[in-house]
Design a protein around this ligand. Sequence first.
Ligand code: CS2
Length: 483
Amino acid sequence: MTLANATLASIKADVRRPRYDRARLVPGVVHLGIGNFHRAHQAIYLEDLVERSGLGLGITGVSLKSPGMRDKLAPQDGLYTLLVREGETVSARVVGIVGRVLVGPEDPAAVVRQIADPATRLVTLTVTEKGYCLDPATHRLDPNHPDIRADRDRPTSAIGYLLAGLKQRYTAGQKPPTVLSCDNLPSNGATLRRALIDGAALDDDGFAQWLETNLVTPSAMVDRIVPASTDADFADARRLTGFADLAALSTEPFTQWVIEDTLDRDLHGLGEVGAELVGAVEPYERMKLRLLNGAHSTIAYAAQAIGAEYVADAVAIPALRHFVSELQTEELAPTVGHFPRERLVDYSNQLIRRFDNTAVKHRTRQIAMDGSQKLPQRLLMALGERLDQGLPVERLTLAVAFWLRHLSGRDDQGAPIPVNDPLADRLMPLAASDRPAAQVVEDLLAVRTVFPEGLTARAGFREGLTRALTRLRAGGTLAALGG
Ligand code: CS2
């Protein structure tokens, strides 16, 4: 038997389930990009808010590409099991806040209608870095991006769907919903806002002006490690709830959501269910993007070269663990600002313990995806700032070299490894392992959408990177780490 409305009352007694009437939820939240991360993060806060406040807001999920999630959730009436894992312990919760899931390419107009519906108060997004169609170096909308061009015919990108829905509100003389980015981009609210206004201005200045005046896009820092679902998740969900669940997923106990405090009164209640509402999110974003995500990307590229499948395997390698920890505390933490050093060191240590959670099967291959979209805010900005201040960048340089080496599509043994990146066709030939290291560095540093001019012009950086890449090629990752 499968999890569904009809079986909800029969799930095992000790499993937490919705404590509100699902039938009375009004779809007041639209989420673009309904993957595992949303279902383990924002959906939980929103469900907690509904339970606590009686605010009857349900989530309409949107998949912008494939029907996979809808096909799993629809037969289960949107219900799914979230497993929280730590070492040997695992607990299950059945989540009921998601109602319908729409699939953009099947019926774009339905998505636009849902965003335009005056009952929609909040639109949240997890569409990954590349989903914003930005120039990664400037973080401005790229009007020549194929998806943004396609938007002219029918909504294709998240930006296109949002603009189409918001335009209907504008035309109807209504207020826009709050639009809340939950992706790992710096100043994600301001970045999204600028992308929307730039996109609107491509065809209608009045609309762009209206967005400028009316649109509220709080910035947010989101954090929870949520891997792709595994067979163990499906088996444990069945064992713990008594029902089959094709949409089961697992996560770690830790969760954090820091939101810029420009939410309306009702959504403000998120502050009572664990979200932190603050005046300025940027310091939190910088802390998380650099110390967590910067470490993650470094681990991922090193691990892919060594052949470590999961993050927990990778940080169990003493030389890599030590390197990452020093990268965090010695080179990244001093660039975060705002917080006392002690707090940043504690945060870094806590991160390593989170990475140690062997029960969370987080594939290094998953994190290694889309490096061209991730490296700028995770490592390169810190690198540039340190170079400006004349501070050492040895570890950051080696971390970037891990990525350059990854782009060659070969691991330390010379075996092929997958490179999954929207710029792969352009970057991989430049990074080929039979080209001289100095040439590889020169050509890749010239890719302006990844490396800003200021960084590559720095005396010494180019040479340092060439040396690091040469060392990696000659002796492999562990030797370069000094292990
Ligand atoms: C990871 C993130 O895949 C990645 O690039 O670094 O998804 C990371 O797990 C989350 O940001 C944690 O909050």
